[in-house]
Design a binder for this molecule. Structure first.
Ligand code: BMP
Length: 259
């Protein structure tokens, strides 16, 4: 039987995963918004508008042209006031020693504010142990990129399988996957977050491919939809679109539960 988010919240060893599922249940939202804009004020404005409808904000902090510490202070305040968590989509991809430095240091000090980050598995298991050295004491969670939504992705087949095997060895820190579908049985608990979700178009000019929330959640068993330009792109009404995707994601979840 398919478990509810609330039931699954109890199972996780990792504190961040538990809190995320509790937040999803509280807000009745499995929507993560991806806000890929380049100015602080624009980012903060969108986040303030969509905040009530999301469980998770996904950032690419390195595209912000006027980044400063104040942005982090404000994002954290919005995360508290609107009750969502923060996922920095850093896609680490280096040896353990290097990623530990990239995660903790430099301009962004990602580990100090992002509840969740992610990593490619191409370097091998050292990338997880390197990030865990920094993130585990802080109670952070890591997602592994097991699949990608872009056309021609090489993250398929045995690469995806090896990524799942790595996750199983680090369940206290690895909380799940970026993937297009559920990758493990119901007896194991990993969160699957799926990017490449859109209701109006099937792709972009640079290889992105979109599927509907229903396809992702009901047919493929994913847990969280990640939506970017479908919400904030092309002069869209950000609040209206955020509600629309939140509702579509939640209805799909209820359908999956058979309700
Ligand atoms: P959009 O919905 O605007 O296409 O944005 C998708 C977001 O998800 C981007 O921030 C992108 O970096 C991220 N993403 C993706 O599209 N596909 C993947 O496989 C992994 C991602 O992180």
């Amino acid at each position: 039987m398919v478990k509810t988010y609330a039931e699954r919240a109890e199972i996780f060893q990792n504190e961040t995963a538990r809190k995320l599922f509790q937040c999803i249940e509280r807000k009745k939202s499995n929507l993560c918004v991806a806000v890929d804009v380049t100015r602080k004020t624009e980012l903060l404005d969108i986040v303030d508008k969509v905040g009530p409808y999301i469980c998770l904000l996904k950032t690419h902090v390195d595209v912000i042209e006027d980044f400063d510490e104040d942005l982090i202070v404000k994002l954290r305040a919005l995360s508290e006031s609107h009750d969502f968590m923060i996922f920095e989509d850093r896609k680490f991809a280096d040896i353990g020693n290097t990623v530990a430095l990239q995660y903790s240091s430099g301009i962004y000090k990602i580990s100090s504010w992002a509840h969740i980050t992610n990593a490619h598995t191409i370097p091998g298991e050292g990338i997880i142990t390197g990030l865990a050295q920094i993130g585990k004491p802080l109670g952070r969670g890591l997602l592994l990129l097991a699949e990608m939504s872009s056309a021609g992705s090489l993250a398929t087949g045995s690469y995806t399988d090896a990524t799942v095997a790595m996750a199983r060895k680090h369940k206290d820190f690895v909380i799940g996957f970026i993937a297009g579908r559920k990758l493990t049985g119901d007896d194991e608990d990993f969160i699957v977050m799926s990017p490449g979700v859109g209701l109006d178009v099937s792709g972009d000019a640079l290889g992105q491919r979109y599927r509907t929330p229903e396809d992702v959640i009901v047919s493929s068993g994913s847990d969280i939809i990640i939506v970017g330009r479908g919400i904030y792109g092309n002069g869209r009404d950000v609040v209206k679109e955020a509600k629309r995707y939140r509702d579509a994601g939640w209805e799909a979840y209820l359908t999956r539960l058979g309700l």
